[in-house]
Write a protein that binds this ligand. Sequence first.
Ligand code: SF4
Length: 368
Amino acid sequence: MMTIFSPQLRSDLQEALIDWFNSHQRDLPWRRGYRPYEVWISEIMLQQTQMERGIEYFRRWLLEFPDIESLARADEDRVLKLWEGLGYYSRARNLHSCARILVDTCQGIIPADPALLIRLPGIGPYTAGAIASIAYNQDAPLVDGNVGRVFARLFKMEQQLSDPTCKKELWQLAEALLPQGRARAFNQGLMELGALICTPKNPRCAHCPLSHLCLAHQQGLTNDLPVPGRGPTILPIEMATGILCHQGRIFIQQRRTKDVWGNLWEFPGGKREGDEQPAQTVAREFMEETGLSVIVGHKITTVTHHYTRYRVTLHGFSCTLSSEQSNHSCMPILSAARDCGWVCLNALDNYAFPAGHRQLIEFIKKNK
Ligand code: SF4
């Protein structure tokens, strides 16, 4: 059911929100000139990333890839390296392929039309609306988690935000409320309000420019809205990996493009199977993935990290080639990777690794 509001409410809301945004917005690097390239990078980077961390990565990225042409020319390895630690690496790969498509087909100009933007890899309805409205001030609506929460409270929406009917209604609201010619300030105002004032817990209604219009505030429902959805179930998995050292160099392999963490580098290893001990997992995985017979030595450390809905416990072991293997070729036969190499410890910093493997490297460097 479409939320009904009067033209007066619409215009009060627009004015109050834009005034508030103009005087309270955070000073963010991409807001200084609203260059489409910077807005695009920031929007992709900030998905699933906290603001402070996003700013740090954004600044480093701009130093190396100041424009779409430099990004299009870059090696994918370097793109992944700059993304290392942000997770969801398909975002980096999509940015890279988008840059190449746009340089090849339209002189590197990022489209202003959401209908064109949405055809590009990695750009969905939210990102298309964000680039069109924030970079170009086009009359394009957008809905993200912050906007959904603000609308649910303002208009007392009593469905779960993930419900398809509710999602549709949120987009209709975002479009119906949008002031013509002022989408840049309005859309950012909604998101900024959600990030700074109308927060998931303990919204700061006393400081909210929309409190006089807000049904949840007036009816004491701010803690009940939005209606909570079922959170994702976190699944624990246990993995083991081996750091194989031979003649002062460490063996690493590059994951296949279509695999999870595609094109990132790693130490061979995998999931524990049945009742095997983590050290047995390492020996088995080495043989399966590389054909190398290794002796698994001491445990270096165990690290944990989160990957989508998994909590990964990763055991890292030191390994050497078995004497039988040392007497033969130590040339691996790769069955789970596209490339491999033997590199010294310091050179590992030149490669992008998934979070758990990077934690192992940092541990080894600190304790060597
Ligand atoms: S009054 Fe409170 S609940 Fe309503 S929009 Fe403002 S911060 Fe959110």
